[in-house]
Design a protein around this ligand. Structure first.
Ligand SMILES: [Zn+2]
Length: 471
């Protein structure tokens, strides 16, 4: 039996206003080469100036995962030639990264497992190659966008653990507000280093798979590569240290380049950028102002709002859901009721949407109004569900719609009793069956009462009245 050893390198673009070393706008997309300047396209004589916000964001990320922040860190040039890299070097950090150590804790089979971090350093992104039938073009809009690279120790032992680690990391960065972590736009990317070895033996030769851009791709690539290496070893062959390309459509990885032509990046300190000195009080201030992370919000939901631990975890998985919940209960302070509705009906709705456009498209204020109507039984569950669909993507006021469309539930016990008496008189056989304990007949009476009231009868009330009448 082989043990799998995995280390992950996660690249996360920082959500600063401007790029890392120039004042170009830092934003995804746009007409190619409209968000660049002499600095990020490496015109002769152009000089980089470090974006302070990028340093602050990197420190925030580091502190939230328990890194030690280096008060002295240095930018280096990582030299390699590629058309998307105009300077023929990337500004990065090697010897003196901004953040060192730290850890991310995950829960595996109900037990806490610590994944140690090696470092988090700050660097710049490269441009993008656009391949077309007429040739390959370069877009430098992304060149110079600030990135943090989060390097884990080889503490991950399965594809499942890798995904848990990435989910935790992504949630942390989102709660901090330092990255939007949109994997489909490449603002969170992952390199996987993987090797196999037998218990008690030293680590085996590792391979690297670069730029995986979905959790699913990471999961499948790890499963595939672990199996491939096992088959190689079982067949008595040696693992070649190499970079492999994962093809998500084919579900296979291919050899890209081996160690023989592995590059020597000839790192050296960038003479255009002075070392960064971060003062202790600056670090302390960032530490003090760190926002609450997912687990801290979940703890508060349990402690202060009386939610179950499981519900609290589900609500805080995604920051936008937790933010939304907080806003709704500000308007309508029934946490448990609001939580059930969000985890049930709203999640059902979100599940029907495309991954890229997941967003809750009803203002918290209108959602609170809708839930108040439902909670007070002014509208029934079915109408509440229909209203959710109807209000989605609009700014309509649920109170006005309920009034205008006459959707209010019929809670008039006296009137309903008359209607039900009438139904019973015409359906003596069903009455007998119900008296004999056939509860299925109840659905028949509720259905008839609904029919007689154009669907507006309060089903709970109908149920109570029928029970009362057959006694
Ligand atoms: Zn620029």
């Amino acid at each position: 039996m082989y043990k799998v050893v995995i280390g992950l390198e996660v690249h996360s673009e920082l959500k600063t206003e401007t790029k890392c070393f120039c004042s170009c706008e830092n934003k995804f997309g746009g007409e190619p080469n409209t968000r660049c300047c002499p600095v990020c396209t490496a015109m002769p004589g152009a000089l980089p100036v470090l974006n302070k916000k990028a340093v602050e964001y990197a420190i925030k990320a580091g502190l939230s995962v328990g890194c030690r922040i280096n008060e002295y860190s240095v930018f280096e040039r990582k030299n390699y030639f590629y058309p998307d890299l105009a300077k023929a070097y990337q500004i990065s950090q090697l010897e003196y990264p901004l953040c060192v150590g730290g850890h991310v804790d995950i829960e595996v089979d109900g037990k806490k497992k610590t994944i140690r971090l090696d470092r988090i350093h700050l660097e710049e992104d490269a441009g993008k190659l656009i391949h077309s039938p007429n040739g390959t073009m370069v877009d430098y809009n992304r060149a110079g966008v600030p990135l943090i690279e989060i390097v884990s120790m080889p503490d991950i032992e399965s594809a499942e653990e890798a995904v848990l680690y990435l989910q935790k990391l992504r949630a942390t960065l989102l709660y901090l507000g330092v990255s939007d972590c949109k994997m489909q736009e490449g603002s969170l990317r992952c390199d996987v280093n993987l090797s196999l070895h037998k218990e008690g033996e030293p680590f085996g030769t590792r391979t690297e798979m670069k730029n995986l851009n979905s959790f699913r791709a990471v999961y499948r690539a790890i499963k595939y590569e672990a199996k491939r290496q096992e088959e190689e070893l079982e067949a008595g062959r040696e693992i070649v240290q190499e970079t492999r390309r994962w093809d998500d459509n084919a579900g296979k990885s291919y050899s890209m380049r081996s160690k023989e032509d592995a590059q020597d990046y000839r790192y050296f300190p960038d003479p255009d950028i002075v070392p960064i000195i971060v003062r202790k009080d600056y670090i302390e201030k960032i530490q003090k102002d760190l926002p609450k992370l997912a687990y801290q919000r979940a703890e508060e939901y349990v402690k202060n709002l009386g939610l179950t631990e499981q519900d609290a975890l589900l609500l805080t998985n995604e920051k936008y859901v937790s933010d939304y919940f907080d806003q709704v209960i500000k308007e309508f302070n029934e946490p448990k009721f609001v939580c059930n509705w969000i985890l049930g009906e709203v999640f059902k709705k979100l599940n029907t949407l495309d991954n890229e456009e997941i967003e809750i498209l009803i203002s918290p204020k209108n959602m609170a109004k809708l839930l108040k109507l439902y909670h007070a039984q002014t509208i029934g569950q079915n109408v509440a569900r229909k209203l959710l669909d109807e209000l989605w993507g609009t700014d309509d006021d649920p109170e006005i719609i309920v009034k205008e469309k006459g959707l209010a539930q019929n809670n008039d016990a006296k009137g309903l009793e008359e209607i039900i008496k009438n139904i019973m008189q015409n359906n003596q056989k069903a009455v007998e069956e119900l008296k004999n304990g056939n509860q299925k007949t109840m659905a028949f009476f509720v259905g008839q009462a609904m029919k007689a009231t154009s669907g507006k009868a309060n089903p709970k009330l109908v149920n109570e009245i029928v029970q009362k009448l057959i006694k």
